[in-house]
Design a protein around this ligand. Structure first.
Ligand code: GTQ
Length: 373
């Protein structure tokens, strides 16, 4: 008997009988049920995500994202976004677990109206110059590789001030989580637009260099006072760290985008990382509770997720469901590769649900399913 055998004391193992089936019907009429008919499903031995590993290739999606530009106006769509939908999570519009992601396109000169909602959002810019977002009155300008947050409850509106090219950025939101907890609220801005403060990127200028500004009003909100994390200093930080440390056996040289006042994640429900794989580096497999959406920020590589092999290059996105084994490798022998990712770890940690495990066999690598990509 294996430890995960349901045919043992402590697990439900009641065989159906005509009497029992009649009894279940009687219970159902009263909106009740017998726990032992579902117990093993609702209390699995270990997480059983409905989400499956998926790779979304940027070069395949990009033409379809562009196609949306003339098809719908930003005004009518609210946000012009192509969502990434996990085949196991279609009813929740989730990319993995309780995380949503999508590619938003904004044409030259376009501007959206302002709204706010219970869901928190984050952005990672794929392409285009001239994107801006106003978050609670603070205007931020973002370009390729930049990461920005829109904490829950903050008014926000976006646009693209470029004269000639669209911007495509990736949105990450905790919408499925908020809905799973029946906590969703939404408001359109009464004036449709905010009046931005005069200083662009003021949070980056004030808090963005690991020095605490003196004489500012004490920041007491539950999210980072830095709303934008530009690519260049982020990449430089990775290169610097790579000089100082070997890094993680599972993730290479990895850093978390943090709230500088707490050292914790940028927002209460979603965290984000940037990681660097050295040329030719292959990491070992581990698994943890919590779901992750990855975006290849630089280079090309391969990730094995739950035994399936996914080759990626810059712009591609993929997901790791909770408790799935995963490992990454940089396929280039001379260039580094970088992965941006966001996750629901803050939720897992604050509920004491976070667990992590290293792969013990095969020198730390998973068996790969034959015939996969
Ligand atoms: O930018 O506010 O992709 O509310 C989905 C929902 C983006 C946003 C999305 C949203 C937004």
């Amino acid at each position: 008997m294996t430890t995960h055998d349901d045919n043992q004391p402590g697990r439900a193992r009641v065989a159906d009988s005509p009497e029992l089936l009649a009894y279940y019907d009687e219970l159902a009429k009263l909106d009740a049920g017998a726990l032992w008919t579902v117990a093993n499903d609702i209390e699995p031995w270990y997480p059983q995500p409905k989400s499956v590993p998926v790779l979304w290739r940027y070069q395949e999606l990009r033409p379809l994202v562009h196609k949306a530009l003339p098809l719908v106006t930003a005004d009518d769509a609210g946000r012009r976004v192509v969502m990434l939908v996990n085949p196991g999570r279609t009813e929740l519009s989730a990319a993995v677990g309780l995380l949503y992601t999508g590619l938003q396109i904004m044409g030259p000169g376009e501007a959206m109206t302002a709204h706010r909602h219970q869901a928190a959002a984050l952005r990672f810019v794929h392409e285009g110059h001239g994107a801006w977002t106003i978050i609670d009155g603070q205007k931020l300008k973002v370009g390729p590789g930049d990461f920005a947050i829109t904490p829950n409850g903050t008014w926000h509106e976006h646009g693209n001030e470029s004269a000639d090219a669209p911007v495509i950025w990736q949105d990450g939101l905790d919408i499925p989580l908020v809905n799973a907890l029946d906590a969703g609220f939404y408001q359109v801005h009464p004036e449709l637009h905010q009046v931005p403060g005069k200083v662009i990127n003021s949070s980056v200028l004030s808090y963005g260099t690991n020095l605490l500004p003196y004489g500012m009003e004490k920041w007491t909100r539950p999210y980072s006072p830095v709303f934008g994390f530009p690519w260049e200093p982020t990449y430089q930080a990775l290169l610097n760290l790579a000089k100082a440390v070997e890094g993680s056996p599972y993730d290479g040289v990895i850093m978390e985008y943090t709230n500088p006042l707490t050292g914790g994640p940028v927002m209460p429900t979603m965290g984000a990382h940037i990681q660097l794989l050295r040329p030719g580096q292959a990491t070992q497999a581990h698994r943890h509770t919590g779901s992750v959406v990855y975006t290849a920020a630089k280079g090309r590589g391969v990730s094995v997720i739950a035994g399936r092999r996914f080759e990626w290059q810059q712009g591609d996105m993929f997901c790791v469901p909770s408790w799935a084994w995963h490992e990454h490798a940089n396929l280039d022998q001379s260039e580094d590769a970088c992965l941006f990712s966001f996750n629901d770890f803050p939720v897992m940690r604050s509920l004491s649900f976070y667990r992590e495990e290293a792969h013990a066999d095969n020198d730390g690598h998973q068996p790969v399913q034959p015939g996969d990509q």
